[in-house]
Design a binder for this molecule. Structure first.
Ligand code: TYD
Length: 212
């Protein structure tokens, strides 16, 4: 029996630890697909809709300790729900390709790995309020030392998660890789420790066959 063809990828997410270069790769993929004539919406999480961008400011700026991990799970999921309703679903319904810089896998890792029982809460809330996965997820894999030095070298007020340090980033890298092993049909890993164009070429090799 021939295996069923993979679902065509209309909804594509990028994941990776801080400084992995996934935002650059998401932008480059959007540019390339547009140049090939596709109608592409490039968006990001947390954020991607006016309401979710407000939640982004709440969660990423200000005192890093003002939210518990549980409250963060609620805030990130609330932002995702608004983003889905207002941006992602309408774009998919209109036949566009959606490229999203981070999605639910980030909550599974960033909040889910911060203590016992949190991952189950992330999954329960996801099932209840989101219930949707990307068709294809590109994991830009990068060692935490390189990723962190890149992330800390950037400016801006959003240093909430970059200051988590190398230990947590290392656990998240391992967590992302485990997730990819558990969902081989959805998550594809590319090596982020190459020059930008080489990573972009690998991303295109993964994505192009899935567009048909
Ligand atoms: P992002 O803007 O992707 O930062 P970067 O470009 O540095 O990777 O994401 C902002 C931060 O939000 C990042 O440190 C990861 C964190 N985050 C969570 O903790 N949970 C989530 O569900 C999401 C989407 C992001």
């Amino acid at each position: 029996m021939t295996p069923a063809p993979a679902t065509p990828a209309r909804f594509i997410s990028f994941e990776g630890i801080d400084g992995s270069g996934k935002s650059t790769q998401a932008r480059m993929l959007a540019d390339t697909l547009r140049a090939h004539g596709h109608d592409v919406v490039l968006t990001r999480e947390p954020g991607g809709s006016p309401g979710a961008e407000e939640i982004r400011r709440l969660v990423l700026e200000g005192d890093p300790d003002r939210w518990s991990p549980e409250t963060e799970i609620l805030l990130f999921t609330a932002a995702r729900r608004d983003h889905l309703e207002r941006t992602i679903c309408p774009a998919l319904d209109a036949g566009k390709i959606v490229i999203c810089d981070r999605f639910a896998d980030s909550t599974r890792m960033y909040q889910g790995l911060r203590g016992p029982g949190l991952r189950a809460q992330v999954d329960a809330l996801h099932d209840l309020m989101i219930g949707q996965e990307p068709d294809l997820t590109v994991l830009v894999d990068m060692d935490p030392e390189t990723g962190l030095s890149r992330a800390l070298g950037r400016n801006g007020g959003e240093e909430r998660f970059e200051t988590f340090g190398q230990d947590l980033q290392a656990r998240m890298r391992a967590g992302f890789r485990d997730l990819a092993a558990q969902h081989p049909d959805r998550i594809v890993t590319v090596n982020g420790a190459q020059d930008v164009d080489a990573v972009a070429a690998d991303v295109l090799t993964v994505v192009e066959p899935r567009l048909r």
